[in-house]
Design a protein around this ligand. Structure first.
Ligand code: NAD
Length: 495
Protein backbone atom coordinates (compact mmCIF):
# COMPACT_ATOMS: atom_id res chain seq x y z
CA UNK A 1 0.00 0.00 0.00
CA UNK A 2 1.48 3.34 -1.02
CA UNK A 3 1.76 6.02 1.66
CA UNK A 4 0.08 8.85 -0.25
CA UNK A 5 0.72 11.48 2.46
CA UNK A 6 4.44 10.72 2.37
CA UNK A 7 4.39 10.80 -1.44
CA UNK A 8 2.81 14.28 -1.34
CA UNK A 9 5.47 15.42 1.13
CA UNK A 10 8.21 14.08 -1.14
CA UNK A 11 6.59 15.67 -4.20
CA UNK A 12 7.12 19.10 -2.63
CA UNK A 13 10.58 18.47 -1.19
CA UNK A 14 13.36 20.60 -2.65
CA UNK A 15 15.86 18.55 -4.65
CA UNK A 16 19.49 19.44 -3.98
CA UNK A 17 21.76 19.85 -7.03
CA UNK A 18 23.27 16.56 -8.18
CA UNK A 19 27.03 16.31 -8.45
CA UNK A 20 29.44 13.62 -9.61
CA UNK A 21 30.62 10.83 -7.33
CA UNK A 22 34.33 10.45 -8.02
CA UNK A 23 36.82 8.60 -5.82
CA UNK A 24 34.33 8.48 -2.97
CA UNK A 25 33.70 12.24 -3.04
CA UNK A 26 30.75 14.34 -4.11
CA UNK A 27 32.27 16.66 -6.70
CA UNK A 28 30.96 19.41 -8.96
CA UNK A 29 32.37 19.50 -12.49
CA UNK A 30 35.96 20.72 -12.66
CA UNK A 31 34.73 23.55 -14.89
CA UNK A 32 31.86 24.33 -12.51
CA UNK A 33 29.38 23.71 -15.36
CA UNK A 34 25.84 22.67 -14.47
CA UNK A 35 22.74 21.77 -16.44
CA UNK A 36 19.08 22.21 -15.58
CA UNK A 37 16.99 19.19 -14.68
CA UNK A 38 13.47 19.72 -16.00
CA UNK A 39 10.60 17.68 -14.56
CA UNK A 40 8.27 16.10 -17.14
CA UNK A 41 5.44 16.45 -14.60
CA UNK A 42 5.19 20.23 -15.02
CA UNK A 43 7.97 21.33 -17.36
CA UNK A 44 9.60 23.24 -14.47
CA UNK A 45 13.24 23.17 -13.39
CA UNK A 46 13.51 20.61 -10.60
CA UNK A 47 17.15 21.17 -9.76
CA UNK A 48 20.52 21.28 -11.47
CA UNK A 49 23.14 18.66 -12.03
CA UNK A 50 26.83 18.74 -12.78
CA UNK A 51 27.53 18.91 -16.51
CA UNK A 52 30.59 16.70 -16.69
CA UNK A 53 33.48 17.46 -19.01
CA UNK A 54 36.08 15.13 -20.47
CA UNK A 55 38.33 15.90 -17.49
CA UNK A 56 35.64 14.76 -15.02
CA UNK A 57 35.18 11.51 -16.91
CA UNK A 58 38.94 10.99 -16.99
CA UNK A 59 39.24 11.69 -13.25
CA UNK A 60 36.54 9.08 -12.58
CA UNK A 61 38.19 6.54 -14.86
CA UNK A 62 41.58 7.15 -13.18
CA UNK A 63 39.98 6.67 -9.75
CA UNK A 64 38.34 3.44 -10.92
CA UNK A 65 41.66 2.22 -12.35
CA UNK A 66 43.52 2.94 -9.10
CA UNK A 67 40.79 1.26 -7.08
CA UNK A 68 40.96 -1.81 -9.29
CA UNK A 69 44.75 -2.10 -9.39
CA UNK A 70 45.36 -1.78 -5.65
CA UNK A 71 42.91 -4.59 -4.94
CA UNK A 72 40.84 -2.67 -2.40
CA UNK A 73 37.76 -4.33 -3.93
CA UNK A 74 38.90 -7.10 -6.28
CA UNK A 75 41.28 -8.36 -3.59
CA UNK A 76 38.56 -8.71 -0.97
CA UNK A 77 37.21 -12.19 -0.37
CA UNK A 78 33.95 -12.49 -2.32
CA UNK A 79 32.13 -13.22 0.96
CA UNK A 80 33.26 -9.82 2.28
CA UNK A 81 32.19 -8.00 -0.88
CA UNK A 82 28.91 -9.81 -0.48
CA UNK A 83 28.35 -8.39 3.00
CA UNK A 84 28.91 -4.84 1.79
CA UNK A 85 26.65 -5.28 -1.23
CA UNK A 86 23.90 -6.78 0.94
CA UNK A 87 24.11 -3.73 3.17
CA UNK A 88 23.81 -1.54 0.10
CA UNK A 89 20.69 -3.44 -1.02
CA UNK A 90 19.17 -2.95 2.45
CA UNK A 91 19.87 0.81 2.33
CA UNK A 92 18.24 1.04 -1.10
CA UNK A 93 15.15 -0.67 0.31
CA UNK A 94 15.08 1.63 3.34
CA UNK A 95 15.10 4.61 0.99
CA UNK A 96 12.84 3.05 -1.64
CA UNK A 97 9.95 5.51 -1.55
CA UNK A 98 12.28 8.54 -1.53
CA UNK A 99 14.18 7.11 -4.50
CA UNK A 100 10.98 6.21 -6.35
CA UNK A 101 9.42 9.67 -5.97
CA UNK A 102 12.67 11.39 -6.92
CA UNK A 103 12.79 9.20 -10.02
CA UNK A 104 9.18 9.95 -10.92
CA UNK A 105 9.80 13.70 -10.61
CA UNK A 106 12.85 13.32 -12.82
CA UNK A 107 11.49 10.96 -15.51
CA UNK A 108 7.70 10.62 -15.22
CA UNK A 109 7.11 6.88 -14.65
CA UNK A 110 3.90 6.12 -12.72
CA UNK A 111 4.66 5.64 -9.01
CA UNK A 112 3.30 2.10 -8.55
CA UNK A 113 5.48 0.81 -11.32
CA UNK A 114 8.40 3.07 -10.39
CA UNK A 115 8.57 1.78 -6.83
CA UNK A 116 8.53 -1.85 -7.88
CA UNK A 117 10.61 -1.63 -11.02
CA UNK A 118 13.12 0.91 -9.77
CA UNK A 119 14.46 0.90 -6.15
CA UNK A 120 12.91 -2.40 -5.13
CA UNK A 121 14.05 -4.14 -8.28
CA UNK A 122 17.51 -2.55 -7.98
CA UNK A 123 17.84 -3.76 -4.38
CA UNK A 124 16.77 -7.25 -5.43
CA UNK A 125 19.31 -7.27 -8.23
CA UNK A 126 22.21 -6.14 -6.04
CA UNK A 127 21.24 -8.81 -3.49
CA UNK A 128 20.97 -11.55 -6.14
CA UNK A 129 24.50 -10.95 -7.46
CA UNK A 130 25.94 -10.41 -3.98
CA UNK A 131 24.57 -13.78 -2.93
CA UNK A 132 25.85 -15.48 -6.06
CA UNK A 133 29.43 -14.29 -6.05
CA UNK A 134 30.82 -16.58 -3.34
CA UNK A 135 29.31 -19.59 -5.11
CA UNK A 136 31.23 -19.22 -8.36
CA UNK A 137 34.23 -21.56 -8.61
CA UNK A 138 37.12 -21.93 -11.00
CA UNK A 139 37.65 -25.24 -12.79
CA UNK A 140 40.25 -27.93 -13.20
CA UNK A 141 40.49 -29.05 -16.82
CA UNK A 142 40.26 -32.78 -17.65
CA UNK A 143 43.87 -33.08 -18.84
CA UNK A 144 46.42 -35.93 -18.89
CA UNK A 145 47.93 -36.87 -15.52
CA UNK A 146 51.29 -35.14 -16.08
CA UNK A 147 49.82 -31.64 -16.38
CA UNK A 148 47.36 -29.50 -14.49
CA UNK A 149 45.07 -27.14 -16.39
CA UNK A 150 43.48 -24.51 -14.17
CA UNK A 151 40.72 -22.17 -15.25
CA UNK A 152 40.26 -18.98 -13.25
CA UNK A 153 37.45 -16.46 -13.51
CA UNK A 154 38.79 -12.98 -12.83
CA UNK A 155 37.20 -9.55 -12.83
CA UNK A 156 37.84 -7.79 -16.14
CA UNK A 157 38.93 -4.45 -14.65
CA UNK A 158 37.32 -1.05 -15.17
CA UNK A 159 33.75 -1.18 -16.45
CA UNK A 160 32.17 1.78 -18.23
CA UNK A 161 28.38 1.60 -17.90
CA UNK A 162 26.18 3.92 -19.95
CA UNK A 163 22.44 3.70 -19.27
CA UNK A 164 19.21 5.23 -20.64
CA UNK A 165 16.48 7.30 -19.04
CA UNK A 166 13.81 4.65 -18.80
CA UNK A 167 14.15 2.63 -15.58
CA UNK A 168 17.59 4.02 -14.66
CA UNK A 169 17.79 2.19 -11.32
CA UNK A 170 16.62 -1.15 -12.65
CA UNK A 171 18.87 -1.08 -15.70
CA UNK A 172 21.72 0.52 -13.75
CA UNK A 173 21.53 -2.29 -11.18
CA UNK A 174 21.51 -4.93 -13.94
CA UNK A 175 25.01 -3.63 -14.78
CA UNK A 176 26.27 -2.64 -11.32
CA UNK A 177 25.15 -5.84 -9.55
CA UNK A 178 27.22 -8.37 -11.50
CA UNK A 179 30.04 -5.92 -12.31
CA UNK A 180 30.69 -5.00 -8.68
CA UNK A 181 30.00 -8.43 -7.24
CA UNK A 182 32.61 -9.83 -9.62
CA UNK A 183 35.20 -7.38 -8.26
CA UNK A 184 35.35 -4.83 -11.05
CA UNK A 185 35.30 -1.09 -10.54
CA UNK A 186 32.81 1.06 -12.44
CA UNK A 187 32.33 4.45 -14.04
CA UNK A 188 28.61 4.95 -14.58
CA UNK A 189 27.13 7.53 -16.93
CA UNK A 190 23.39 8.07 -16.40
CA UNK A 191 21.16 9.60 -19.07
CA UNK A 192 20.80 13.39 -19.15
CA UNK A 193 17.12 13.22 -18.24
CA UNK A 194 17.32 10.56 -15.49
CA UNK A 195 20.47 10.99 -13.42
CA UNK A 196 19.25 11.98 -9.96
CA UNK A 197 18.40 8.54 -8.58
CA UNK A 198 21.62 6.95 -9.80
CA UNK A 199 23.70 9.61 -8.06
CA UNK A 200 21.73 8.87 -4.89
CA UNK A 201 22.29 5.13 -5.40
CA UNK A 202 26.05 5.70 -5.49
CA UNK A 203 25.87 7.78 -2.30
CA UNK A 204 24.12 4.86 -0.61
CA UNK A 205 26.87 2.53 -1.88
CA UNK A 206 29.44 4.68 -0.07
CA UNK A 207 27.30 4.61 3.08
CA UNK A 208 27.19 0.81 2.84
CA UNK A 209 30.99 0.64 2.76
CA UNK A 210 31.77 0.27 -0.95
CA UNK A 211 35.32 1.70 -0.96
CA UNK A 212 36.05 5.05 -2.67
CA UNK A 213 36.76 4.80 -6.37
CA UNK A 214 34.92 1.50 -6.82
CA UNK A 215 31.68 3.06 -8.04
CA UNK A 216 31.97 6.44 -9.73
CA UNK A 217 29.12 8.35 -11.36
CA UNK A 218 29.65 11.16 -13.86
CA UNK A 219 26.59 13.10 -15.01
CA UNK A 220 26.34 15.21 -18.15
CA UNK A 221 25.97 14.95 -21.90
CA UNK A 222 26.44 11.64 -23.67
CA UNK A 223 28.36 13.38 -26.42
CA UNK A 224 30.94 14.53 -23.84
CA UNK A 225 31.05 12.13 -20.85
CA UNK A 226 29.87 9.06 -22.78
CA UNK A 227 32.35 9.72 -25.58
CA UNK A 228 35.22 10.08 -23.10
CA UNK A 229 34.35 6.73 -21.50
CA UNK A 230 34.04 4.96 -24.85
CA UNK A 231 37.33 6.42 -26.12
CA UNK A 232 39.27 5.77 -22.92
CA UNK A 233 42.30 3.48 -23.03
CA UNK A 234 41.68 2.64 -19.37
CA UNK A 235 38.16 1.25 -19.64
CA UNK A 236 38.23 -2.51 -20.23
CA UNK A 237 34.61 -3.25 -20.92
CA UNK A 238 31.73 -1.05 -21.93
CA UNK A 239 28.17 -2.06 -21.12
CA UNK A 240 25.39 -0.04 -22.66
CA UNK A 241 21.63 0.16 -22.79
CA UNK A 242 20.15 2.66 -25.19
CA UNK A 243 19.57 3.39 -28.85
CA UNK A 244 21.14 1.68 -31.84
CA UNK A 245 22.65 4.93 -33.08
CA UNK A 246 24.66 5.42 -29.89
CA UNK A 247 25.47 1.69 -29.83
CA UNK A 248 27.14 2.02 -33.25
CA UNK A 249 29.09 5.02 -32.04
CA UNK A 250 30.38 3.04 -29.04
CA UNK A 251 31.62 0.25 -31.31
CA UNK A 252 33.43 2.82 -33.45
CA UNK A 253 35.01 4.42 -30.41
CA UNK A 254 36.07 1.07 -28.98
CA UNK A 255 37.75 0.32 -32.31
CA UNK A 256 39.44 3.73 -32.30
CA UNK A 257 40.81 3.24 -28.78
CA UNK A 258 41.72 0.00 -26.96
CA UNK A 259 39.29 -2.50 -28.53
CA UNK A 260 37.41 -2.64 -25.26
CA UNK A 261 34.59 -5.19 -25.26
CA UNK A 262 31.25 -3.59 -25.94
CA UNK A 263 27.94 -5.15 -24.89
CA UNK A 264 24.84 -3.51 -26.27
CA UNK A 265 21.23 -3.74 -25.10
CA UNK A 266 19.38 -1.77 -27.76
CA UNK A 267 15.88 -0.98 -28.90
CA UNK A 268 13.09 -3.09 -30.30
CA UNK A 269 9.97 -3.16 -32.43
CA UNK A 270 8.53 -6.16 -30.70
CA UNK A 271 5.63 -8.06 -32.26
CA UNK A 272 2.77 -9.21 -30.06
CA UNK A 273 0.89 -11.84 -32.10
CA UNK A 274 -2.71 -12.71 -31.31
CA UNK A 275 -4.15 -15.81 -32.98
CA UNK A 276 -7.89 -16.37 -33.15
CA UNK A 277 -7.49 -19.36 -30.82
CA UNK A 278 -5.97 -17.28 -27.99
CA UNK A 279 -7.15 -18.94 -24.77
CA UNK A 280 -8.48 -15.74 -23.25
CA UNK A 281 -9.00 -12.72 -25.48
CA UNK A 282 -9.75 -10.45 -22.52
CA UNK A 283 -6.44 -11.35 -20.91
CA UNK A 284 -4.75 -10.71 -24.27
CA UNK A 285 -6.43 -7.29 -24.49
CA UNK A 286 -5.25 -6.23 -21.04
CA UNK A 287 -1.72 -7.55 -21.41
CA UNK A 288 -1.40 -6.03 -24.89
CA UNK A 289 -2.48 -2.63 -23.54
CA UNK A 290 -0.12 -2.82 -20.56
CA UNK A 291 2.63 -4.11 -22.84
CA UNK A 292 2.63 -0.89 -24.84
CA UNK A 293 1.07 1.83 -22.70
CA UNK A 294 2.57 1.43 -19.22
CA UNK A 295 5.33 3.98 -18.61
CA UNK A 296 3.95 5.72 -21.72
CA UNK A 297 5.50 3.09 -23.98
CA UNK A 298 9.00 3.88 -22.77
CA UNK A 299 9.88 0.25 -22.29
CA UNK A 300 12.50 -1.47 -24.44
CA UNK A 301 10.52 -4.69 -24.71
CA UNK A 302 7.19 -2.91 -25.34
CA UNK A 303 4.88 -4.83 -27.68
CA UNK A 304 4.72 -2.02 -30.20
CA UNK A 305 3.41 -4.02 -33.15
CA UNK A 306 0.15 -5.83 -32.51
CA UNK A 307 -0.39 -8.55 -35.12
CA UNK A 308 -3.96 -9.86 -34.99
CA UNK A 309 -5.42 -12.75 -36.98
CA UNK A 310 -7.92 -11.21 -39.37
CA UNK A 311 -10.93 -13.23 -38.17
CA UNK A 312 -10.71 -11.62 -34.71
CA UNK A 313 -9.04 -8.36 -35.70
CA UNK A 314 -12.01 -6.01 -35.51
CA UNK A 315 -13.40 -7.50 -32.32
CA UNK A 316 -9.99 -7.44 -30.67
CA UNK A 317 -9.31 -3.84 -31.61
CA UNK A 318 -12.76 -2.78 -30.36
CA UNK A 319 -12.11 -4.44 -27.01
CA UNK A 320 -8.64 -2.93 -26.83
CA UNK A 321 -9.96 0.56 -27.50
CA UNK A 322 -12.64 0.07 -24.83
CA UNK A 323 -9.99 -1.03 -22.35
CA UNK A 324 -7.67 1.87 -23.16
CA UNK A 325 -10.54 4.30 -22.57
CA UNK A 326 -10.54 3.14 -18.93
CA UNK A 327 -6.82 3.82 -18.41
CA UNK A 328 -6.08 6.89 -16.35
CA UNK A 329 -3.32 9.02 -17.86
CA UNK A 330 -1.73 11.90 -15.98
CA UNK A 331 -0.08 12.70 -12.68
CA UNK A 332 2.36 9.81 -12.15
CA UNK A 333 2.40 10.41 -8.39
CA UNK A 334 -1.29 9.51 -8.21
CA UNK A 335 -1.39 5.76 -7.49
CA UNK A 336 -4.49 5.38 -9.70
CA UNK A 337 -2.57 6.49 -12.77
CA UNK A 338 -1.96 3.79 -15.37
CA UNK A 339 0.50 5.80 -17.48
CA UNK A 340 2.41 8.91 -16.39
CA UNK A 341 4.45 11.43 -18.30
CA UNK A 342 6.61 11.16 -21.38
CA UNK A 343 10.20 11.68 -20.30
CA UNK A 344 10.98 14.89 -22.21
CA UNK A 345 9.44 17.41 -24.55
CA UNK A 346 11.74 16.17 -27.30
CA UNK A 347 10.46 12.62 -26.90
CA UNK A 348 6.85 13.81 -26.84
CA UNK A 349 7.35 15.74 -30.08
CA UNK A 350 8.94 12.70 -31.72
CA UNK A 351 5.99 10.53 -30.68
CA UNK A 352 3.49 13.02 -32.13
CA UNK A 353 5.48 13.23 -35.37
CA UNK A 354 5.16 9.45 -35.83
CA UNK A 355 1.39 9.72 -35.41
CA UNK A 356 1.15 12.58 -37.89
CA UNK A 357 3.16 10.63 -40.45
CA UNK A 358 0.85 7.63 -40.09
CA UNK A 359 -2.19 9.90 -40.39
CA UNK A 360 -0.87 11.47 -43.59
CA UNK A 361 -0.13 8.01 -45.00
CA UNK A 362 -3.85 7.28 -44.63
CA UNK A 363 -3.66 5.04 -41.56
CA UNK A 364 -6.51 5.16 -39.02
CA UNK A 365 -5.90 6.68 -35.59
CA UNK A 366 -8.45 4.59 -33.69
CA UNK A 367 -7.83 6.32 -30.39
CA UNK A 368 -5.46 8.96 -29.00
CA UNK A 369 -2.77 10.70 -30.98
CA UNK A 370 -2.66 13.97 -29.06
CA UNK A 371 -0.77 15.73 -26.32
CA UNK A 372 -2.98 16.14 -23.25
CA UNK A 373 -2.96 18.03 -19.92
CA UNK A 374 -0.90 20.79 -21.51
CA UNK A 375 -2.18 23.20 -18.85
CA UNK A 376 -0.05 21.35 -16.28
CA UNK A 377 3.08 22.20 -18.24
CA UNK A 378 3.84 18.46 -18.19
CA UNK A 379 4.53 16.13 -21.10
CA UNK A 380 1.52 13.83 -21.35
CA UNK A 381 0.27 11.91 -24.34
CA UNK A 382 -2.83 9.85 -24.98
CA UNK A 383 -2.38 6.12 -25.52
CA UNK A 384 -2.59 5.85 -29.28
CA UNK A 385 -3.76 2.95 -31.45
CA UNK A 386 -3.15 3.10 -35.18
CA UNK A 387 -4.86 0.50 -37.38
CA UNK A 388 -4.40 -0.45 -41.02
CA UNK A 389 -0.64 -0.22 -40.60
CA UNK A 390 1.41 -1.87 -43.36
CA UNK A 391 4.43 -3.97 -42.29
CA UNK A 392 6.79 -1.68 -44.22
CA UNK A 393 5.48 1.58 -42.68
CA UNK A 394 7.83 3.65 -40.57
CA UNK A 395 5.50 3.04 -37.66
CA UNK A 396 6.02 -0.71 -38.08
CA UNK A 397 9.76 -0.50 -38.65
CA UNK A 398 11.18 2.24 -36.41
CA UNK A 399 11.15 2.38 -32.65
CA UNK A 400 8.88 5.19 -31.40
CA UNK A 401 9.58 4.70 -27.70
CA UNK A 402 6.23 6.24 -26.82
CA UNK A 403 2.58 5.19 -26.30
CA UNK A 404 1.87 4.42 -29.94
CA UNK A 405 0.65 0.98 -31.03
CA UNK A 406 0.71 -0.17 -34.66
CA UNK A 407 -1.94 -2.80 -35.45
CA UNK A 408 -1.41 -5.13 -38.41
CA UNK A 409 -3.81 -7.91 -39.49
CA UNK A 410 -2.55 -11.31 -40.76
CA UNK A 411 -4.13 -14.46 -42.20
CA UNK A 412 -1.69 -17.33 -41.68
CA UNK A 413 1.04 -18.44 -39.29
CA UNK A 414 3.67 -18.02 -42.02
CA UNK A 415 2.51 -14.49 -42.73
CA UNK A 416 2.63 -13.67 -39.00
CA UNK A 417 6.22 -14.95 -38.82
CA UNK A 418 7.27 -12.96 -41.90
CA UNK A 419 5.83 -9.76 -40.50
CA UNK A 420 7.18 -10.45 -37.00
CA UNK A 421 10.72 -11.07 -38.29
CA UNK A 422 10.56 -8.32 -40.91
CA UNK A 423 12.37 -5.57 -39.00
CA UNK A 424 16.01 -5.00 -38.10
CA UNK A 425 15.18 -5.58 -34.42
CA UNK A 426 14.81 -8.76 -32.39
CA UNK A 427 14.32 -7.92 -28.73
CA UNK A 428 11.01 -9.34 -27.45
CA UNK A 429 7.78 -10.82 -28.78
CA UNK A 430 4.48 -12.32 -27.69
CA UNK A 431 2.30 -15.15 -28.98
CA UNK A 432 -1.29 -15.80 -27.91
CA UNK A 433 -2.60 -19.25 -28.82
CA UNK A 434 -4.18 -22.28 -27.16
CA UNK A 435 -2.37 -24.60 -29.60
CA UNK A 436 0.72 -25.95 -27.87
CA UNK A 437 2.38 -27.08 -31.10
CA UNK A 438 1.87 -23.69 -32.67
CA UNK A 439 3.28 -21.98 -29.58
CA UNK A 440 6.46 -24.07 -29.83
CA UNK A 441 6.75 -23.53 -33.59
CA UNK A 442 6.48 -19.78 -33.01
CA UNK A 443 9.11 -19.83 -30.25
CA UNK A 444 11.50 -21.52 -32.67
CA UNK A 445 10.76 -19.29 -35.64
CA UNK A 446 10.59 -15.83 -34.06
CA UNK A 447 13.95 -14.12 -34.25
CA UNK A 448 13.99 -12.34 -30.89
CA UNK A 449 15.76 -12.69 -27.58
CA UNK A 450 12.51 -13.29 -25.72
CA UNK A 451 9.16 -14.88 -26.59
CA UNK A 452 6.21 -14.49 -24.22
CA UNK A 453 3.42 -17.04 -24.58
CA UNK A 454 -0.12 -16.17 -23.44
CA UNK A 455 1.23 -13.22 -21.49
CA UNK A 456 3.26 -10.13 -22.29
CA UNK A 457 6.02 -8.35 -20.44
CA UNK A 458 6.71 -10.34 -17.31
CA UNK A 459 9.88 -12.11 -16.33
CA UNK A 460 12.08 -12.06 -13.29
CA UNK A 461 15.75 -11.74 -12.54
CA UNK A 462 16.40 -15.45 -13.07
CA UNK A 463 15.79 -15.09 -16.80
CA UNK A 464 18.37 -13.40 -19.06
CA UNK A 465 17.39 -10.40 -21.18
CA UNK A 466 19.16 -9.66 -24.43
CA UNK A 467 18.45 -8.89 -28.04
CA UNK A 468 18.99 -10.67 -31.33
CA UNK A 469 19.79 -8.92 -34.63
CA UNK A 470 20.15 -5.15 -34.17
CA UNK A 471 18.63 -5.25 -30.70
CA UNK A 472 22.06 -5.98 -29.33
CA UNK A 473 24.39 -8.59 -27.92
CA UNK A 474 25.14 -9.92 -24.47
CA UNK A 475 22.65 -10.43 -21.67
CA UNK A 476 21.59 -8.64 -18.52
CA UNK A 477 20.01 -10.52 -15.58
CA UNK A 478 20.53 -14.12 -14.38
CA UNK A 479 23.91 -15.73 -13.76
CA UNK A 480 24.66 -15.36 -17.50
CA UNK A 481 25.28 -11.66 -16.88
CA UNK A 482 28.53 -12.55 -15.10
CA UNK A 483 30.02 -13.58 -18.45
CA UNK A 484 30.48 -9.90 -19.32
CA UNK A 485 32.30 -9.07 -16.11
CA UNK A 486 34.44 -12.15 -15.46
CA UNK A 487 37.34 -13.02 -17.69
CA UNK A 488 38.74 -16.52 -18.10
CA UNK A 489 42.42 -17.06 -17.34
CA UNK A 490 44.14 -20.42 -17.66
CA UNK A 491 47.26 -21.90 -16.14
CA UNK A 492 49.04 -24.91 -17.66
CA UNK A 493 51.29 -26.59 -15.11
CA UNK A 494 53.72 -29.40 -15.89
CA UNK A 495 53.75 -31.81 -13.00
P1 NAD B 1 20.27 6.94 -26.03
O1 NAD B 1 21.01 5.96 -26.86
O2 NAD B 1 19.93 8.25 -26.62
O3 NAD B 1 21.10 7.26 -24.70
C1 NAD B 1 21.55 6.23 -23.87
C2 NAD B 1 22.76 6.72 -23.10
O4 NAD B 1 23.81 6.96 -24.02
C3 NAD B 1 22.54 8.02 -22.33
O5 NAD B 1 23.18 7.93 -21.09
C4 NAD B 1 23.23 9.04 -23.22
O6 NAD B 1 23.70 10.16 -22.50
C5 NAD B 1 24.39 8.23 -23.75
N1 NAD B 1 25.00 8.75 -24.98
C6 NAD B 1 24.44 9.56 -25.92
N2 NAD B 1 25.34 9.84 -26.90
C7 NAD B 1 26.47 9.18 -26.57
C8 NAD B 1 27.76 9.05 -27.19
N3 NAD B 1 28.06 9.67 -28.34
N4 NAD B 1 28.68 8.28 -26.57
C9 NAD B 1 28.40 7.64 -25.42
N5 NAD B 1 27.22 7.74 -24.78
C10 NAD B 1 26.26 8.49 -25.36
O7 NAD B 1 19.00 6.18 -25.49
P2 NAD B 1 17.84 6.74 -24.56
O8 NAD B 1 17.02 7.65 -25.41
O9 NAD B 1 18.40 7.23 -23.27
O10 NAD B 1 17.05 5.39 -24.23
C11 NAD B 1 16.10 4.86 -25.05
C12 NAD B 1 16.67 3.71 -25.84
O11 NAD B 1 17.16 2.68 -24.97
C13 NAD B 1 15.62 3.02 -26.67
O12 NAD B 1 16.15 2.71 -27.94
C14 NAD B 1 15.32 1.75 -25.89
O13 NAD B 1 14.76 0.71 -26.63
C15 NAD B 1 16.66 1.41 -25.38
N6 NAD B 1 16.54 0.48 -24.24
C16 NAD B 1 16.94 -0.83 -24.40
C17 NAD B 1 16.83 -1.74 -23.35
C18 NAD B 1 17.28 -3.17 -23.47
O14 NAD B 1 17.42 -3.85 -22.46
N7 NAD B 1 17.51 -3.68 -24.66
C19 NAD B 1 16.31 -1.30 -22.13
C20 NAD B 1 15.89 0.04 -22.01
C21 NAD B 1 16.04 0.91 -23.08
Amino acid sequence: MLDQARIEELRQAPVPPAVHIIDGERRPSASGAEMEVVSPLDGQVLTTMAAGGRDDAEAAIAAARRAFEDGRWSGMAPAVRKTILLKWAALIEENALELAVLGVRDNGTEIGMALKAEPLSAAGTIRYYAEAIDKIYGEIAPTADDVLGLIYREPVGVVGAIVPWNFPLMIGAWKLGPALAAGNTVVLKPAETASLTLVRLAELALDAGVPPGVLNVVTGEGSVVGEAIALSMEVDVLVFTGSGAVGRRLLENAAKSNLKRVYLELGGKSPNIVFADAPDLDAAVKASANGIFRNSGQVCIAGTRLLVERSVHDEFVDRLVAHVETMKIGDPLDPETAAGAVNSLRQLEQNLAFVEEARSAGRTIRIGGRRILEETGGYFMEPTIVTGVEPGDDLAQREVFGPVLAVIPFDTEDEAINIANGTSYGLASGVWTADLSRAHRMIRRIRAGMVHVNTYGGSDLTVPLGGHKQSGNGHDKSLHAFDKYLDLKTAWIKL
